[in-house]
Design a protein around this ligand. Structure first.
Ligand code: NAD
Length: 478
């Protein structure tokens, strides 16, 4: 392992990965890898998680194709230095910001989207000109093998390496010195990552999880209520049967609207996924026995079991849990205090939907708050009175594939962000460059000090007169 990392550092020091041509060549090779191995990827995702090819395309292959295309189309613009204005008293001095690669970076990915969550950060690392180690999750072994075998056939393997393995391999990697660690996974391991990184003052990005709430307000028309139910059912169970960091964890709804909402959800579940455990279709399975037991144990609490209003059946042999709706399980039960990360959906009723703000604020900051509402004042209150990585109004999951928006958490749900230009920035250092000029030489900025010099400095800093005049003439940005 140490030898591989030394090779990556040697490659980085050679400067090869800094060239824009190298970056573009690797990104195009990554696109070839995805396009030429579509069937193998479908097969691996089916083996690990039982994903249907359409789901695999939507959530994994398509995400990477889109991300590479977007990066290739913007890379020249992103690497170009940004000219910045400086205090005009020092004219003609100039400032600029240069993005430089950080060096040798380590990427950890999780098992639920084992292709996209591994390759999407890698796109950022490559586009910024770094060398990288990617450690996929051992819990999706077919995808891990696919990446370990296929990536070296397409990408520069003196600059990009896949190191497979479990927690022991992760721990050994964390003992080494990196220039950046990008981690996708649980808050528990995220805290180990941060501790290890602190030893070398390594910057980290932590893409963690948590409980994402959905506020469901009352709608003025039945068609909007129906659309909301469709989006909730598609967003909760569609991507990896709820095993997603941005999956809906629980719903908040007014008491008087709960029964209509439940009926609408039930009808939609039957239409999208079928009825009865043995007839379910279009759903992926629980990743392994450990997670199957973790999720089914939520239902073993008698008070939680009593709150089931739909579903609840499980098939241990096939690792399938039926889409399950629960109405007002106890708020101190495990299902309401831990991240569910599976196909169970608690609904919590409130007297007034505006109480949802207080409810959400009583819990750790979520990765996403979803809110279905037409009430603009309520939307403003949600935005200004809550904190979360993202707020999505009237849809579920769609924020994830919008490259213009940063993706990441806040507080307990993570630190840092990526996607689109944000990925490039996450793996770059923005170097400030000041180009000083020898003329004019302005003496008042040096000692010996006197009152005149103090006055001069005050004017220079506070008023920036020349700048103001140029700004008024439209020649300088404010
Ligand atoms: P995890 O923390 O168990 O594992 C993540 C990675 O860390 C894996 O590569 C794993 O091998 C490695 N690892 C595990 N234990 C380790 C240790 N002791 N030392 C070093 N490395 C170790 O997480 P998971 O089970 O793969 O994923 C589930 C969690 O990830 C959920 O909390 C979910 O919300 C979160 N998640 C977040 C995002 C996001 O983008 N924010 C995406 C997917 C999953």
């Amino acid at each position: 392992m140490e030898g591989s990392i030394a090779e990556l550092r040697e490659t980085f020091t050679s400067g090869r990965t800094k060239s824009v041509e190298w970056r573009k060549k690797q990104l195009k090779a990554l696109l070839d890898l995805i396009n030429e191995n579509e069937d193998k990827i479908f097969h691996a995702l089916h083996q690990d998680l039982g994903k249907h090819p359409a789901e695999s395309y939507r959530d994994e292959i398509g995400v990477i194709q889109k991300s590479v295309d977007f990066t290739l189309s913007c890379l020249d613009k992103w690497v170009a230095p940004n000219k910045e204005n400086c205090l005009l008293f020092f004219f003609p001095a100039k400032g600029e910001v240069l993005s430089e690669p950080l060096g040798v970076v380590l990427i950890f990915s999780s098992w639920n989207f084992p292709i996209s969550l591994a390759l999407d950060p890698l796109i950022g690392a490559i586009s910024a000109g770094n060398t990288a180690v990617l450690k996929p999750s051992e819990l999706s072994p077919a995808c891990m093998s696919f990446l370990s075998e296929t990536v070296p056939l397409y990408l520069d393997n003196k600059a990009i390496k896949i190191i497979g393995g479990g927690a022991d391999v992760g721990q050994r990697l964390l003992e080494l010195k990196w220039d950046k660690i990008f981690f996708t996974g649980s808050p528990r391991v995220g805290s180990l990552v941060m501790t290890a990184a602190a030893k070398h003052l390594t910057p980290v990005t932590l893409e963690l999880g948590g409980k994402c709430p959905v506020i469901v307000d009352n709608f003025s028309s039945p068609s909007k209520s129906k659309a909301a139910a469709k989006r909730i059912v598609g967003g909760k169970w569609g991507p990896c049967t709820g095993q997603a960091c941005i999956a809906i964890d629980y719903l908040l709804v007014e008491e008087k609207s709960a029964s209509n909402l439940i009926e609408s959800l039930k009808k939609t579940i039957k239409r999208f996924y079928g009825e009865n455990l043995k007839d379910l279709k279009n759903l992926s399975r629980i990743v392994n026995k450990h997670h199957f037991e973790r999720i089914s144990n939520f239902l073993k609490d008698p008070q939680v079991a009593a709150s089931i209003v739909y579903g609840g059946s499980v098939n241990e042999e096939k690792l399938i849990i039926e889409p399950t709706i629960l109405l007002d399980p106890p708020l101190d039960s495990d299902i309401m205090t831990e991240e569910i990360f599976g196909p169970l959906l608690p609904i919590i009723t409130l007297k007034n939907i505006e109480e949802s703000i207080e409810f959400i604020n009583s819990k750790p900051k979520p990765l996403v708050i979803y809110a279905f509402t037409e009430n603009e004042t309520f939307k403003k209150r949600i935005l200004s009175e809550t904190s979360s990585g993202t707020v999505t109004f009237n849809d579920v999951m769609m924020q994830f594939i919008c490259d213009a928006l940063p993706f990441g958490g806040v507080g307990q749900s993570g630190y840092g962000r990526y996607h689109g230009k944000y990925s490039f920035d996450t793996f770059s250092h923005e170097k400030a460059v000041f180009h000083g000029a020898f003329f004019p030489e302005i003496e008042p900025r040096y000692p010996p000090w006197n009152d005149f010099k103090l006055l001069f400095l005050k004017l220079a800093y506070r008023l920036d007169y020349f700048g103001l005049i140029l700004h008024m003439l439209g020649l300088k940005r404010p």
